[in-house]
Each structure stands twice: as C-alpha cells, then as structure tokens.
Design a protein around this ligand. Structure first.
Ligand SMILES: [Fe+2]
Length: 191
C-alpha cells in the first residue's frame, strides 16, 4: 500500500499529513514538483520474472515515459530475502545503508516498482515527505532534490530504473544526519 507522510524537517513527530489515498499522494507530490504515477499492475510478475519479460510487459508505458529518449539506460534492479544464503543479512544491511543518508543526484532518480516496496524521503524546504512506494508506483525525484531511501531491514523489491547517463546516479552526500531522526520504512509501515 502506497503511503505518504509529511513531516516538519525540524521535528519528525510533527506529522502534517499521513495518507494512503493515491490521488491525494499524487496531488501533494505534484504540488511540489515531484512526478508520481500509478501504472497498471500486470498479473503474474514476481521477483523471479526475468528482466526482459518485465520490460516487455511495461514496454508501452516505458516508451511513453521515454518519448524524448532522454533515458539511455533502462534496467531492472532486484533484491529479495534469501534465508538459504548465510551472507543475506550482511548483504541486506549493506544494500540498505548505501542510500540511507541524505544525498542528491545530478539527474532525476526515476523508479518504477514492479513488486515489493521502498521509501523515498524527500527533503523539500522545511518539510520531509516520506513516500512509501509499492507495486505499480512510478516516482521521479528531480535532479538536485535532497532525499534519502530506505528499503527496510528486510529489503524486497523489483524496480525498473531509468538513467540518462551511465554515471548520473552517483550520490552526492550532504553529510547531514537528518535521516537518523525520522521513522524508518519499517516504523512507517507499523503505523
Ligand atoms: Fe538517491
């Protein structure tokens, strides 16, 4: 379930809005210049679906989004729990930690969630918008926007990623520890 929680950037406890209404979420984000769309869910897609099949299922939507051809690299990222792998907890922790601190990118961060979930925290002015994306959500975080991302303590998602340049998604970290003061993805989902 998609969720938006708007908080004051100086006080995470000051919740200004919490909603699971897709239309409200899209409107609140659009008002702040953030693209958020719901794409149709395709039956039968899972963490095991091959990349080419995922890209084929969403070919029309992807072509529409990339009508101007600005995304030169489109791929599928995936992570899912593997209890049979003794290294899984460490891999999950490493993946989660990578973008858990506030950063920005030189190009838009565009993601479409095919399955699973992840939370983008958008630091816009004096607000932090925690946006929990789930299957069917497309979000575009504009270049230069301060944000961080939490995939939770049990990361699980398949996401189509859109890149303009090979190295466009390098994180420019601000060094601000703001993210540590906000509810994690697990906490947000626990209500
Ligand atoms: Fe990012």
């Amino acid at each position: 379930m998609t969720l938006l929680q708007v908080m004051a950037d100086s006080a995470a406890g000051a919740v200004r809005l919490r909603t699971t209404d897709d239309a409200v979420i899209a409107a609140e984000l659009a008002e702040r210049g953030i693209t958020f769309e719901r794409w149709p869910l395709m039956a039968g897609l899972s963490g095991a679906t091959p990349t080419e099949d995922i890209l084929a299922e969403y070919a029309d939507r992807i072509a529409e989004l990339n009508a101007d051809g600005r995304f030169k690299h489109i791929d599928v990222a995936r992570i899912h729990p593997d209890e049979s792998d003794p290294e899984w907890p460490a891999k999950a922790e490493a993946a989660r930690t990578k973008f858990l601190d506030e950063h920005r990118h030189a190009e838009d961060e565009v993601r479409f969630f095919v399955t699973g979930r992840g939370c983008f925290y958008l630091h816009l002015g004096d607000e932090v918008l925690a946006t929990v994306c789930t299957a069917g959500d497309l979000v575009s975080v504009p270049a230069g926007t301060l944000h961080w991302f939490d995939m939770g303590t049990r990361p699980e998602f398949v996401a189509v990623r859109f890149f303009e340049e090979e190295d466009g998604w390098v994180g420019d970290f601000t060094g601000d520890q703001i993210s540590s003061g906000f509810p994690t993805l697990d906490q947000l989902l626990a209500g």
